[in-house]
Write a protein that binds this ligand. Structure first.
Ligand code: XMP
Length: 539
């Protein structure tokens, strides 16, 4: 790290508050970098890769002010890719003041073109778009490319190219179509035309680690478990003698958040578990057993199945189902909270991707595909103050914290489950009978996926009860019964997903067991669509 950058960072560090929501790293994160998001579909992935390299980072809008960056005192900056062209009017550019902070910068794709354009070089449309795998030839091995073979595969996706470099910059790697596949300039500034964050760039991890440790001088010390003590102290200081309520969903995020808060303030915490009657088999019992009996957290178990099923009667439209479930949840939760009397704080298992999604609307003009409901989906006018101890963590980090806190493995490694539960997996009207059919089939899917050792390798595995009936033959008789679909997907972050190539033998076993063991089902199909264009859930 150049001396000026180190000084800037240290000076800013003295002035920077830490551990505030969205305002600087938690105390356990000594060195950090900022990822500036210029609208890349991979921005979150870059941030995760940096954390995997054991350096704390946060994702901020590409338009963040130099003042804000100085306050956060990072050791370096990463400019993400993005869909715009740097020379177009209205294309997002970083605050020019950022370049005066003396911080190392790694520009990725659009981020590299920003560096080139903003510092006096030129960028123009490429004669043809470069997309997909390319062979990188490294011309200068030191620094960014330390330990990386001189010829290595990389993933490209760009329509613009640099046509002239800014003063002081030099090419350090090239590919067949990109003479400037990687560039280096003074003060630890690098640009790369390819994407180091995707799996198709096998040396990407090493490259990011080189930038973080060798160029920025970060110590690779970020460890989610080391965050526990600081988080507990923070919660204690914030809550004081106040009372906290936490809505449990059965999922890992709310369980870990509740456990942390419980460690901090003990019986000042009351958890409310709204059993909506839409959970998987044995799930409600497991939540109550772990949280209440094993961890001794004060827990109110509300059996609200009647209310939810009543609200869903006759409803088949997926969005209407989601709305009604969301509304019923709020009604039930609010009435429980009122019954508990004076409550000051609401603890939520909000995780970093939720924070990013709720603050990135400027750069991501995402259309509403589904109105997600989860236990965090409470109205903003609730009278509680929020405690969100996991808001800096990615899901895999939450799991590590959960294990550190002593939560059982099956809770920590539970696959994601949607807030509206099985209601959006019973296609068509949701009734008790149809839920029971789905539960039985789903149980078999999970059981066989676990037995085959795939449960932790895939993102989600579940059954869907379709509204289709089909003809079958059992013994000598004709049947006319339900078709169950199986969905098993691989994914990194649920933004994209691919259907899992599960061995035929496992699928055969699942199918055989379902038609034999679940009354009312005579056919099983496997969903072989990826996201996009499909979504993970059917509704
Ligand atoms: P989709 O179906 O949109 O799902 O590809 C992406 C991920 O989100 C989960 N999901 C939900 N989670 N409330 C949630 O908390 C919801 O309403 C909801 N809908 C979908 C889904 O299971 C997948 O992991």
């Amino acid at each position: 790290m150049p001396a000026s950058a180190a000084e800037t960072a240290r000076a800013a560090e003295r002035a920077a508050p830490t551990g505030e929501p969205g305002g600087g790293p938690p105390p356990a994160a000594r060195d950090s970098v900022l990822v500036l998001d210029f609208g890349s579909q991979y921005a979150q992935l870059i941030a995760r890769r940096v954390r995997e390299a054991r350096v704390y980072c946060e994702l901020v809008p590409g338009t963040v002010s130099a003042e804000e960056v100085r306050r956060r005192a990072p050791r370096g900056l990463i400019f993400s890719g993005g869909p715009a062209s740097v020379y177009e009017p209205g294309a997002p550019h970083p605050d020019p003041g950022l370049y005066d902070l003396g911080l190392p910068v790694l520009g990725i794709c659009y981020g590299m073109q920003l560096l080139a354009h903003d510092l006096g070089g030129q960028v123009a449309p490429a004669s043809r778009r470069e997309y997909g795998a390319a062979q990188l030839e490294i011309d200068e091995a030191a620094g960014l490319f330390d330990g990386i073979p001189t010829e290595t595969a990389v993933w490209m996706s760009h329509g613009d190219v640099i046509t002239s470099l800014p003063d002081g910059f030099r090419p350090v790697a090239h590919s067949l179509n990109s003479p400037y596949a990687a560039i280096a300039g003074p003060g630890g500034r690098f640009g790369i035309q390819f994407h180091p964050e995707v799996v198709h760039t096998p040396a990407g991890k090493q490259l990011l680690a080189n930038f973080l440790t060798r160029v920025c001088g970060c110590a690779p010390t970020w460890e989610p478990a080391s965050f526990v003590n600081g988080a507990i102290a923070d919660i204690r200081a914030r809550v004081g003698s106040g009372r906290v309520i936490c809505a449990l969903s059965g999922g890992v995020d709310s369980a870990v958040a509740a456990t942390l808060v419980h460690r901090a303030v003990g019986d000042q915490l009351t958890c409310v578990f709204v059993d909506n009657g839409l959970l998987r088999r044995a799930e409600a019992e497991r939540v109550v057993d772990v949280m209440s009996r094993q961890l001794r957290i004060s827990l109110v178990h509300v059996d609200a199945a009647e209310s939810f099923l009543g609200a869903l009667a006759g409803v088949t439209d997926p969005e209407e189902k989601r709305r009604r479930i969301g509304r019923t949840f709020i009604e039930v939760f609010e009435s429980e909270a009122r019954r508990l009397g004076d409550i000051d704080f609401l603890a939520q298992g909000t995780v970093y991707p939720d924070v990013i999604e709720s603050t990135s609307h400027d750069t991501h003009h995402a259309r509403t595909i589904k109105t997600h409901h989860n236990v965090g989906g409470l109205p903003s006018d609730l009278r509680f103050q929020l405690v969100e101890p996991l808001r800096h963590l990615f899901k895999d980090e939450v799991r590590r914290v959960g294990l550190e806190l002593g939560l059982p493995e099956d809770v920590v490694w539970r696959q994601p489950f949607p807030g509206p539960g099985l209601a959006i997996r019973v296609i068509g009207e949701v009734t008790r009978e149809r839920l029971e059919v789905l539960r039985a089939a789903d149980w078999i899917v999970i059981d066989e996926v676990k037995r085959s050792g795939l449960y932790r390798k895939v993102w989600q595995s579940f059954a869907i009860l379709t509204p289709v009936s089909s003809v079958g033959v059992m013994g000598d008789g004709r049947t006319y019964a339900n078709v169950v679909a199986i969905r098993i997907v691989e994914s990194d972050d649920a933004m994209t997903a691919d259907w899992a190539r599960v061995p035929y033998d496992v699928l055969a076993l699942i199918s055989r067991r379902i038609v034999n063991e679940v009354p009312g089902v005579n056919r099983v199909v496997y969903d072989i669509s990826s996201k996009p264009p499909s979504t993970i859930e059917w509704e």
